[in-house]
Design a protein around this ligand. Structure first.
Ligand SMILES: Cc1cc2nc3c(=O)[nH]c(=O)nc-3n(C[C@H](O)[C@H](O)[C@H](O)COP(=O)(O)OP(=O)(O)OC[C@H]3O[C@@H](n4cnc5c(N)ncnc54)[C@H](O)[C@@H]3O)c2cc1C
Length: 286
């Protein structure tokens, strides 16, 4: 491992100054469950690691404000999976947090780290996409809110600019009843990244949102406004046609060691149909 300096700033201003000064040579550290592996294997070689854990504005928290649930970026998976508001209103997010790694990983892994690492297999990404999350980004020039669908570019790359960091993730509170679920497929039980990860949200108004990852360079959101997927009485053939069209953009890598492209595409269809059925049941049962 290449040597690097380690700092634990106590203010956001200090953090921004460090990021401005060091640019690509600086790396932020939250839980470290992705970063430390990459430091060890040499795929990232920063000269400075900036630990976010002592900054008061970034303390882990989950609260409601202005019709949104605000989850601070440093909130760990264990807290997200256990939070009653998330379990009840954003079920797919709680379920996705609950399957990240192991107990030990979930106690360290943050929501901000999961999305900023920008792995196509990030388990919370599909849930955040179906709920229309906003990433609250702060930097020396101020605060901006990026719709999560505009946050991911490709594996390892987001639309964060030099000197910026993710401070929180905001979830608009649903206006009416919804049903949602997270589904994933892994090679084996235990600690493995998903071969396919998917979330489905059905709204009482008839819109269905399905997002999926690990089947292309970034997680993808597809929306059905026709009402067909949300209609329990709609012909199965009509539903299958819509799901097939939604999943047509999947472009799994042929070089992955986890699963072949054909397997991933097949599993995407299976999880999509299964997820839709569960989300519809949850919507019906309130
Ligand atoms: C054994 C094991 C199993 C795993 N299983 C899963 C799994 O099942 N599903 C899954 O999705 N992931 C899994 N992971 C990956 C990892 O645990 C998650 O991606 C985790 O959420 C990363 O969060 P972190 O706080 O540890 O991020 P860190 O490692 O601290 O940071 C990750 C990246 O994001 C950047 N970053 C962190 N916070 C911010 C911020 N606030 N603003 C800007 N940039 C930031 C860092 O600079 C770094 O580049 C696993 C990892 C391990 C080691």
């Amino acid at each position: 491992m290449q040597t690097f300096d380690y700092v634990r700033p106590a203010t956001l201003a200090e953090t921004f100054a460090l990021l401005e000064a060091h640019g690509d040579q600086a790396r932020l550290l939250a839980g470290g469950t992705d970063l430390i592996i990459r430091l060890r294997d040499g795929t990232v070689r920063p000269t400075l690691v900036v630990d976010l854990k002592r900054i008061p504005e970034l303390r882990p928290s989950i609260h409601e404000a202005d019709g949104r649930l605000v989850i601070s970026a440093t909130t760990v998976m264990t807290e997200i999976a256990a939070d009653e508001r998330i379990r009840h209103r954003f079920t797919a997010l709680a379920e996705s947090a609950a399957v990240v790694g192991s107990v030990q990983i979930r106690n360290r892994a943050t929501l901000g780290g999961n999305i900023c690492n920008a792995s196509p297999a990030a388990d919370t990404a599909p849930a955040l996409l179906v709920y229309g999350a906003l990433v609250v980004v702060v930097g020396s020039t101020g605060t901006r809110r990026i719709p999560i669908d505009e946050f991911f570019v490709r594996s390892g790359q987001t639309t964060l600019r030099r000197g910026e960091l993710a401070a929180a993730i905001e979830l608009p509170l649903p206006a009416g009843p919804t049903g949602s679920v997270h589904q994933r497929r892994t090679r084996r039980r235990g600690h493995d990244l998903a071969s396919v990860t998917l979330a489905c949200l059905v709204e009482a108004g008839g819109t269905t949102r399905i997002a999926f990852g690990s089947v292309g360079p970034r997680p993808v959101l597809a929306v059905d406004d026709s009402g067909v997927l949300a209609d329990r009485g709609a012909p199965e053939a009509a539903k299958a046609a819509i799901l097939d069209a939604m999943f047509a953009v999947a472009s799994p890598s042929p070089r992955s060691m986890r699963a072949s492209p054909d397997y991933r595409r097949a599993m995407l269809g299976v999880l999509g149909r299964r997820g839709l059925a569960i989300a519809l049941d949850r919507l019906a049962s309130g």
